[in-house]
Structures are given as C-alpha cells and as structure tokens.
Design a protein around this ligand. Structure first.
Ligand code: BTN
Length: 242
C-alpha cells in the first residue's frame, strides 16, 4: 500500500493536522472524533463517535494546481466504487463532491491544496462518511443520512475503510496521469441531478437557474442557463433543486 496510517482518538480536524505538519504523500490520519471538523464553504462537519469514518489522506500531484479541478469528483468515484463493492447499490453523487442515498447526504469531501501554479501540489483530501448517526447527530447535520438508510448490508467500518484506501491507491495515481476525463461518464451515471432543473446561488447571493446538462472533462458543471451554456466550478456556486 502507498499509505502510512495513523489512528487517533480525538483531534480538532484531521485535515488541519496534516496540513500543519506538512505531512508527506501517502500519510493517512483517521480520528474517532473531531472537535472542530471542517466542511466545505466554512461549514462545520458533524461526526459520530464510532459511527463515522473521519480521515484525511495527503497526496502529491505533478504539474500545477489547475490540473486538480476535478480531483474532488474523482475522489467521489473512489468512495462510490468502494461502497458498491461492499454491496450498496443506490449511492449517488451530487456535484461537486457529496455522496447521497435516497434519504440524504452520506459523505462529504474537503480538499485543501498547497503548492503553486506550476510545481507539484500537495492535496489534503478529507473524507467524512456516516455509518450510523444518532438521532441528535442527524438533527445537527442538516439532511444527513447514514449507511443504515441505504439498501445494502449493515455497515462494517474497518472493511469499508480498507476498501476505500484500496480504491484511492488505484485512483490517485491514475488521476495524476490522466485527470478526470476518463472518469466523467462513470460520474454522470451516478449524478443525482443529471438533466434536472436547478437554482444556482453565487457566494454574493445572486441567483440564476438552469438545467444541469452534465460534467465537463475538468470536473466543471455544465448548465443550460438563461443566457446559454454556462460552466461553473466548485466553490463558485451552490446548488438547490427547483
Ligand atoms: C463537506 O462539507 O461536505 C466536506 C466534509 C469533509 C469532512 C471531513 S471529516 C475528515 C476531514 N477532516 C475535516 O476537518 N474535514 C474532513
């Protein structure tokens, strides 16, 4: 395995620690509990003691930040493959990088990059996956679902963790070589909003709407909007169903 794994009981945030330590490629840190788990767009990430997978992986990519636009979507594919191999069948992807089942959001991915426009880039890839949330944890995390909501076997955490690491060991080097394009159709096949009408909300609150056509080769979302074809990148927009 290309990974060296550390497990810890409690930590603020596995992403934060790996970044602070400038951990080298292949480092994996998993925690039972995070006191300040971070989500995308400055949100908080709620885990469950013993009922979540909370971990981060460091991976070094060649050739500049602009090549990594589709990385979080690619990681979503690795998670989906692992879950499907474990027997879960209704796992969907919500752009840019959430895993869903019919009842709601199962897992999120937070990628933080350090590097420059040309040289190698270190990515800290943080993954939070709900296996079994308590009632109050569900309430604290809006629209959260867990694996017991999905059709499939009862959640087996260690096996699932090993499967995810195996999928990442295969996917991260191949993404470094070939980018997101070879994964695009697999992603679209699981895209829960493919072909749907959606509202797009920019960080300054501006709204527009359009039909979601699909994903571009670099991981951008393609939308047929009021003013023609629009291409949006993660971080620039959040999506709501009409
Ligand atoms: C999202 O907003 O959907 C992304 C959530 C990512 C949460 C994981 S849990 C492990 C890692 N450490 C963090 O602080 N966040 C990520």
């Amino acid at each position: 395995s290309p990974f060296s794994l550390n497990l810890i009981d409690e930590i603020e945030s596995t992403n934060r620690t790996l970044r602070q330590e400038c951990a080298t490629t292949g480092s994996v840190l998993a925690a039972e509990w995070q006191t300040a788990g971070r989500g995308r767009l400055g949100r908080h990430w709620v885990g469950s003691l013993g009922g979540s997978l909370l971990f981060s992986v460091v991976w070094r990519f060649n050739g500049g930040i602009s090549r990594l636009a589709g990385l979080s979507l690619a990681v979503g594919i690795a998670l989906t493959r692992a879950l499907e191999k474990q027997g879960y069948q209704d796992i969907g992807l919500k752009w840019p990088n959430d895993l869903h089942c019919a009842k709601g959001k199962l897992a999120g991915i937070l990628i933080e990059l350090s590097g420059d426009t040309l040289g190698p880039v270190d990515a800290v890839i943080g993954i939070g996956l709900n296996l079994r949330l308590s009632q109050s944890e569900r309430l604290n995390a809006n629209h959260a679902a867990d694996l017991s909501d999905c059709s499939g076997p009862s959640p087996a955490r260690n096996l699932l963790f090993a499967r995810i690491l195996n999928e990442l060991a295969e996917l991260l080097p191949s993404f470094d070589q070939s980018g997101f394009a070879p994964l695009r159709s697999e992603w679209e096949d699981r895209h829960i909003w493919q072909g749907e009408q959606a509202r797009l909300i920019s960080p300054d609150g501006l709204e527009s709407s359009g039909k979601i056509i699909g994903i571009a080769d670099d991981g951008a979302l393609r939308i047929a909007g009021e003013n023609g074809l629009q291409v949006v990148y993660a971080g620039d927009i959040s999506l709501r169903k009409v």
